[in-house]
Design a protein around this ligand. Structure first.
Ligand code: FES
Ligand SMILES: [Fe+2]
Length: 468
């Protein structure tokens, strides 16, 4: 543990965050083996977490596994006649002598399949899709001591939101809706449940899971890390806590700069002619962020702005025209846009962090999302995932699988490769005796401060302290 010099005894409160007071925190959460071990007791078993997407379990009997630290969980769709049934989650362990029920070999992202029941490979104990034990070889040998309770699978709380399946290892506590709170309410307008994977990739990355996910929480790094993008737009951003969760959006350095550009990823770029800059920014984002953070429809509509609008069209009208045309183009091919009130759109900003480890950059018909998880007990590496979601015409959704890809430009595109090029050196740099603790930007990196404030509540250590 890297001992921090005493700066202040106060720990950042929600009010401190709202006031954007400067804070610092140490490196224990990223580097300490003891902290990583404590996460297995204090964090992961006590928080709602995203296990996967409903689209991976469309039919009765479909299941996938979700591994988090030492835990392995089975998410399954139960059978209800011919209709798809409810979603259930069970610890992936046989009640008899503890064999993992579904083998999840090391180095495998997750296991998917379809089952009528789960049969343990060791002695054949069998469970139905509700987790009930249906077969025990030589059950009479127990002389009646076995009960349905002690021989069934251990169930977890499980709920869905936005097309995602969430699990919670606590027997009781807040509901998923209560947990997501305002973040869930605002993002619900984007109808993430109507989107499907466009691509999904993962890798084992040499940095703590928090170092990795934090690299995608703030646009403050864009000006330097993705400097080529500054030819197309400014990346000044605000950030704001919503309870456990948080949001960032594009901002102006001075109120006088306020334009109709908006705070989300679909915005006018910089330049004298917004018909041109809007297209150039959208195309640059799309092609260098691995064909995510926009859609073919939006890019094609942006490309036509110069032909469809007169010179000197004000930026607000350019944006409105772009959105209206893209919406009509999508409608013509069977993709309906959600109705998002302008006030919600403004509040939704650019991108959200859902505590503890889920990032979502949302658009009207697309999302670019990330998740990072511990890699076993190793605080120095993580399982990193990024995926693009998109709204498709019914029946035209692509079939995708998790693809393991080297964290480099070939598999991930230029922008993510630039992020990968930082993350491992952030993790390494934090090990320096010369590092005095983080100095996050109170306006632009509040999402990260909020994450550490939350973590400290679960972990009992590491609360951000005010910098005086
Ligand atoms: S451990 Fe599963 S049947 Fe024995
Ligand atoms: Fe980045």
């Amino acid at each position: 543990m890297n001992e921090m010099p005493a700066i202040s005894n106060s720990e950042a409160t929600a009010e401190d965050l709202a006031a954007e007071r400067a804070v610092t925190y140490g490196t224990e959460a990223f580097l300490s083996k003891d902290y990583a071990a404590a996460e297995k007791r204090r964090l992961w078993p006590r928080v709602w977490q995203m296990a996967g997407r409903l689209e991976d379990v469309p039919s009765p009997g479909d299941f996938f596994t979700y591994d988090i630290a030492d835990e392995s969980i089975i998410v399954v769709r139960t059978a209800e006649g011919d209709r798809p049934g409810a979603i259930r989650a069970f610890h992936n362990v046989c009640a008899h002598r503890g064999r993992q029920l579904i083998d999840v070999p090391a180095g495998v992202h997750s296991v998917r399949g379809n089952a009528r029941n789960f049969i343990c490979a060791f002695h054949g104990w069998t469970y139905d899709l509700e987790g009930k034990n249906t077969y025990i070889l030589d059950a009479d040998d127990w002389h009646g001591a076995l009960t349905p309770e002690c021989t069934s699978l251990s169930k977890l709380r499980c709920d869905t939101w936005g097309g995602f399946v969430y699990v919670d290892m606590r027997d009781e506590g807040e509901s998923l809706e209560e947990f997501l709170d305002d973040a869930g309410r605002i993002l619900a307008y984007f109808e993430l449940d109507r989107m499907r994977y466009k691509w999904r990739q993962w890798c084992v990355y040499p940095a703590n899971w928090k170092t990795a996910i934090e690299a995608f929480m703030e646009p403050y790094h864009t000006t330097t890390t993705h400097n080529q993008l500054t030819a197309f737009a400014e990346f000044y951003a605000y950030s704001k806590a919503y309870g456990r969760h948080s949001v960032s959006g594009f901002d102006q350095r001075q109120a006088a700069e306020t334009t109709a550009q908006g705070g989300s990823v679909s915005r006018a770029g910089k330049g004298d002619d917004p018909r041109v800059s809007t297209y150039e920014l959208a195309r640059e984002n799309y092609t260098t962020i691995n064909y995510s953070a926009s859609t073919d429809t939006l890019i094609a509509a942006a490309a036509r702005l110069r032909d469809e609008l007169p010179e000197d069209t004000p930026v607000g009208e350019v944006m409105a025209h772009w959105m209206a045309r893209a919406k009509a183009d999508d409608a013509a091919r069977g993709v309906t846009w959600p109705e998002i009130p302008p006030a919600v759109m403004a509040e939704a900003g650019l991108a959200w962090t859902l505590f503890p480890n889920q990032n979502i950059l949302q658009g009207v018909t697309f999302a670019l999302a990330y998740r990072a998880r511990p890699n076993g007990d190793d605080p120095d590496s993580c399982i990193f995932e990024a995926y693009a979601l998109e709204r498709y015409p019914e029946g035209q959704e692509p079939r995708t699988e998790w693809v393991e890809a080297e964290p480099a430009e070939a598999g991930w595109g230029k922008v993510l490769a630039q992020d990968f090029a930082n993350m491992k050196f952030v993790h390494k740099g934090m090990k320096s005796r010369g590092f005095r603790g983080a100095l996050p930007n109170p306006h632009q990196e509040q999402k990260i401060i909020n994450a550490h404030r939350n973590l400290a509540e679960f972990m009992g250590t590491g609360a951000p302290r005010q910098l005086k």
